[in-house]
Design a protein around this ligand. Structure first.
Ligand SMILES: [Mg+2]
Length: 169
């Protein structure tokens, strides 16, 4: 069984981990289950990837050379506030991982983690992403409804389309 959004666009995951074998294996297993996966081994590359494409959920290793998981998390959230981020951590880094959830990560998982557990957390994070988008759209629609009466239908249509597009980022 594969997972797809109603628009049939695949859910796009960004995996960031400097352990190449783990990165490849996890990407492959998620792809097989119907996700679109972008896999990179550095925080810097994660930022580049997120600029080029819409990422739904990032799965970010805490310990990496260069930009570590904490820095990658805050940079991603600053640029893409509606992206959800899951932190991956090894033994002995739980405190830092908890700190990450306080600064915007959806959750954290300890490595090695079962794929089923990862899928559960990805599902929950995606639920939050969709709910966030819906809430923002609702707020913007409410703003629009007041002054909308005096506007032409095409002007209203254009604004609604803009709300839809803004929520994609
Ligand atoms: Mg690492």
């Amino acid at each position: 069984m594969t997972v797809q959004t109603p628009e049939t666009r695949k859910i796009h995951l960004l995996i960031v981990d400097d352990e190449e074998q783990f990165l490849r294996a996890t990407a492959k297993r998620l792809e097989v289950r119907g996700f679109q996966v972008t896999a990179v081994d550095r925080g810097e590359k994660a930022l580049e990837a997120a600029e080029k494409q819409t990422i739904d959920i990032a799965i970010v290793d805490l310990k990496m050379p260069g930009m570590d998981g904490e820095k990658t998390l805050s940079a991603l959230k600053a640029r893409h506030p509606w992206m959800e981020v899951i932190i991956l951590t090894g033994h002995g880094s739980i405190d830092s991982a908890v700190k990450c959830t306080q600064s915007g990560a959806y959750s954290y998982l300890q490595k090695p983690c079962e794929l089923d557990r990862l899928l559960e957390v990805v599902t929950e994070a995606y639920k939050r992403r969709v709910m966030n988008k819906a809430r923002i759209k609702e707020e913007k629609m409410q703003e629009l409804l007041g002054p909308a009466l005096s506007q032409s239908p095409l002007a209203i249509l254009e604004k609604i389309r803009q709300i839809e597009q803004d929520a994609e980022g």
